[in-house]
Design a binder for this molecule. Structure first.
Ligand SMILES: [Zn+2]
Ligand SMILES: [Zn+2]
Ligand SMILES: [Zn+2]
Length: 353
């Protein structure tokens, strides 16, 4: 992929078989480096015939590192005293196969008849060697590099026969269950089309794209649009389920990150950063959120309606007040939003730098 040439790429393999990819220049692991080892466990998926959806079983995740002190952070560069997940004394961005995955191609199985062997992959994307900070504080060049890494992971995982959907996302904040503070995101390579992606691809009529249609509605209404950049439009969708939910959409109908030019990927990623910065200003605290990218499935089918976009689900509905997925949301699938999208958009717009 010629567009990646600026960011050099080094592939390494840990003794337990997990892949590590370093992007940009790096320095090798210190002498005496001891790679952490993946734990055995039961990995499979089980079909829920009532909801017609898969449940991932990953019954080895209990030993996960939980909010370690900085000197024990597994995402920092390795030192002579502390071996981390990254076998390098220095690096720029790094991707490694999660030691506590939700999906893996070679896990043990319970052997139960209702279970299917797991497949796919879970990766961690380390945004920076710096322990402090977040997507909001990364330098613009680093944000642009992150977009290149995302595009490269999409390309690499899409080529795997067991990956039918590449899901790039970030969970941020302890309220979302994040167990590590070091700035990072994740990539799941699902062996099936996840329900939310499938629902979006079913929406729209004929070959019409539902994202293009919503973008058109938001542009005409104008009141919920936060900003426009060369390769991104950000808005609070009229149907926001979460207070302060924001969608970032490419103005052109493009299925995935690989269909954008390098400068368009940069513009798109910087738009995501602008949203996070506004979130952090909103309640003058680090906003816990989930950010997800929806792109074209990688199952070999055409999917003409697929349209790259990001969705942000922030968890705070007010200062120190969390939005919970309670009875109606969890049991009926019906979200209750106690804010008006037009008002949250107006408030976020004043916080956009
Ligand atoms: Zn760290
Ligand atoms: Zn579209
Ligand atoms: Zn979506």
């Amino acid at each position: 992929m010629p567009a990646m040439s600026r960011l050099e790429r080094t592939e390494l393999r840990q003794p337990d078989g997990r892949r590590v990819t370093l992007y940009g220049p790096h320095q090798p692991a210190p002498p005496g480096y001891q790679a952490p080892l993946a734990q055995p466990g039961i990995y499979e998926r089980r079909w829920n015939p009532l909801r017609r959806e898969w449940v991932l079983v990953a019954a080895a995740r209990q030993g996960r590192t939980f909010l370690p002190v900085r000197s024990r952070c597994p995402l920092c560069p390795s030192t002579g005293e502390h071996s981390t997940e990254i076998p390098a004394r220095a690096f720029q961005l790094a991707v490694f196969e999660n030691r506590f995955p939700s999906l893996r191609a070679d896990g043990d199985r319970s052997g139960r008849p209702e279970a299917v062997a797991s497949a796919g992959v879970c990766e961690v994307v380390v945004y920076t060697p710096e322990h402090e900070g977040s997507l909001a504080t990364l330098a613009p060049e680093r944000v642009a590099d992150l977009a290149e890494v995302w595009a490269d992971r999409y390309r690499v995982l899409a080529a795997r026969p067991d990956v039918r959907y590449v899901f790039i996302f970030e969970n941020r904040g302890e309220a979302v269950g994040v167990t590590l503070h070091h700035p990072h995101g994740q990539v799941y390579g699902y062996p099936f089309l996840p329900p939310h992606a499938a629902a979006e691809l079913r929406a729209g009529s004929g070959t019409g794209c539902p994202i293009c249609a919503q973008l058109d509605r938001e542009r005409r209404a104008a009141i919920r649009v936060l900003f426009r950049a060369s390769a991104a439009v950000a808005y609070v969708p009229s149907f926001a389920r979460w207070p302060y939910e924001v969608h970032v959409v490419t103005p052109a109908h493009l299925p995935c990150l690989l269909d954008l030019s390098r400068s368009a990927r940069r513009s798109f990623a910087l738009a995501l950063q602008r949203v996070v910065r506004a979130y952090d200003r909103l309640f003058k605290t680090t906003m816990p959120y989930m950010m997800v990218l929806h792109q074209r499935p990688t199952d070999g089918r055409a999917h003409p309606r697929a349209h790259l976009h990001a969705e942000f689900y922030p968890l705070l509905r007010d200062r120190a007040r969390l939005k919970y997925l309670a009875g109606s949301e969890s049991g009926a699938g019906v979200f209750i939003n106690d804010t008006l999208a037009e008002e949250t958009a107006a408030r976020l717009r004043t916080l956009m730098a």
